[in-house]
Write a protein that binds this ligand. Structure first.
Ligand code: 13P
Length: 235
């Protein structure tokens, strides 16, 4: 079985999140390992409506301090109080638009793990980095910022594949995942234009341990299709 995580990004306020979670609750997911990552304002309702199901709820980021003068930030302790069990850190959109670095990503991951949370750490090269032969160098640097932990998984999200409909080929993903695991031996999810029609072939790669799904996780039917694909492929 593979882990399927839906990253909603800045979509679905509380009302839409509630509608989605109610729908998800009624579905048979074939025992899939599933997590949804709503925006902060929709975490509470999602936790409430998915309580008692197999679907876990994680945040899209987390700060490294327990509390403090950090406008716009949320701590692991606050998330845990809400019943949120994990968080994404270092997503390329955070790195690209909000100045997130390997260092801040590492601090966030370390604090969340120390607080007992599950963490999805994101890595991935840009198109220019791939075209100029820097993929391994970039992955080496980004992955080395993390430390191995039972509650850590990484997500390989090539920036050129995010929201573009240009998925990495199964071979490209497999090769990158193997390289990442040679640096840090943790499960690695693939992210970047995962859709119902390409999920099974990507997830069938031996070192693709799951998927981090953006756009296709917003639609209940397509998310369920990807979850079922994940449930039916052995780890
Ligand atoms: P898309 O699935 O929309 O390409 O997004 C991937 C992603 O960034 C998940 O975190």
């Amino acid at each position: 079985m593979k882990l399927i995580a839906g990253n909603w990004k800045m979509y679905k306020g509380p009302a839409e999140a509630a509608e989605f979670c109610l729908g998800l609750r009624d579905e048979d997911l074939d025992g899939a390992d599933v997590v949804v990552c709503p925006p902060y304002v929709s975490l509470a309702v999602s936790v409430q409506l998915l309580a008692g199901t197999e679907v876990a709820v994680a945040a899209q980021n987390v700060h490294w301090d327990e509390e403090g003068p950090y406008t716009g930030e949320i701590s692991a302790r606050m998330l845990l109080e809400l019943g949120v069990y994990g968080a994404i850190v270092g997503h390329s959109e955070r790195r690209q638009y909000f100045g997130e670095t390997d260092e801040t990503t590492a601090k966030r991951a370390r604090a969340a793990l120390a607080a007992g949370m599950f963490v999805i750490g994101c890595v991935g090269e840009t198109e220019e980095e791939r075209e100029t032969g820097q993929t391994e160098q970039v992955l080496q640097r980004q992955v080395s910022a993390f430390e191995s932990d039972d509650n850590l998984v990484l997500a390989y999200e090539p920036v050129w594949a995010i929201g573009t409909g240009r998925t990495a080929t199964p071979d490209t993903a497999q090769e990158a995942h193997l390289f990442i695991k040679s640096i840090l031996d943790v499960p690695v999810l693939y992210g970047g234009s995962v859709k119902p029609d390409n999920a099974a072939v990507l997830l069938s790669q031996p070192d693709v341990d799951g998927a981090l799904v953006g756009g296709a996780s917003l639609d209940l039917e397509s998310f369920i299709a990807i979850c079922r694909a994940g449930a039916n492929i052995p780890s």
